[in-house]
Design a protein around this ligand. Structure first.
Ligand code: MF3
Ligand code: CO
Length: 267
């Protein structure tokens, strides 16, 4: 069942979603070669709790053992933070969820550590662009398939990348995962009809090479079959009668990313 949100609930959600962006921005300031993903995770958890939130992912399904997912290079999503050090040339997808005041915020961003290849920069740029192309279709009267088609068109058709099929975006609210599912591939005019009051977490997971992925022995980490890198950007979007209302924000992340000389960005 789809949970439609009231205007008052949306403002509570907006706070949770913006707090996710602030957590990202705090991390974007300190990402650098040599830091371990566990250190990044622990800083995120401290920031979340200091701001009155609870990490949404911690103990998800009774089994996810960390506050965040940190997925490096060929890891697509659900990577475990570890003592492995980030290094120059890595692309690092950081996925953060925060539960606060009864509602979740959920947003992912992929960072380029040091100098990454031009191909990697293009992957980040195109994946982020595809997110906004999907969001542009998130309007009352359209369907989930319109979002899916727009993302696939930009990434797979126009740029030759692989759209991950096995994982999808989702409704968001009092639960981290609500209906409907939001795939990043599909046909226009199909799937659930979009109506004012819905909140969707739209999250293209885009592989530089093949679309196929596998799950690691740890039961969580998803990696590309061909070992090529993957990118992930995620926003939370409120469907209104008019323009899509993006509840999460990349604004502070992008400022921090550009100010951090240990990161390169994709424009
Ligand atoms: N953003 C991801 C999602 O919406 C993160 C989930 S990680 C989990 O599915 F641990 F919570 F599963
Ligand atoms: Co999500």
């Amino acid at each position: 069942m789809i949970h439609y949100k009231t205007a008052a609930e949306i403002e509570i959600m907006r706070h949770s979603c913006l707090l996710v962006g602030k957590t990202h921005a705090a991390l974007a300031k300190i990402l650098k070669p040599g830091i371990t993903s566990k250190q990044v995770n622990d800083l995120a958890e401290t920031f979340i709790r200091d701001n009155g939130g609870i990490p949404s992912f911690l103990n998800y399904g009774g089994t996810y053992p960390f506050a965040t997912c940190i997925s490096v290079n060929d890891a697509v999503v659900h990577g475990f933070p570890s003592t492995h050090e980030l290094k120059d040339g890595d692309i690092v997808s950081l996925d953060i969820g925060i539960y606060k005041n009864g509602f979740h915020g959920d947003s992912a961003y992929t960072y380029a550590i040091g100098e990454v290849t031009e191909e990697a920069k293009r992957l980040l740029k195109v994946t982020k662009e595809s997110l906004y192309k999907g969001i542009d279709k998130a309007r009352q009267g359209n369907r989930v398939g319109d979002i899916a088609f727009a993302i696939q068109e930009h990434t797979e058709k126009k740029n030759g990348y692989g759209v991950v099929r096995d994982l999808v975006g989702h409704g968001l609210g009092r639960s981290l995962h609500e209906e409907p599912q939001v795939p990043n591939y599909g046909k226009r005019g199909t799937l659930a009809k979009l109506k004012a009051g819905m909140v969707l977490a739209i999250e293209p997971m885009i592989n530089m090479g093949v679309k196929e992925v596998y799950q690691e022995e740890d039961g969580w980490t998803i990696r590309t079959n061909d070992g090529q890198p993957s990118a992930h950007f995620e926003h939370d979007v409120y469907i209104t009668k008019g323009a899509p209302d993006i509840l999460s924000s990349f604004e502070e992340i992008e400022i921090a990313e550009k100010a951090n000389t240990n990161l390169s960005w994709s424009y």
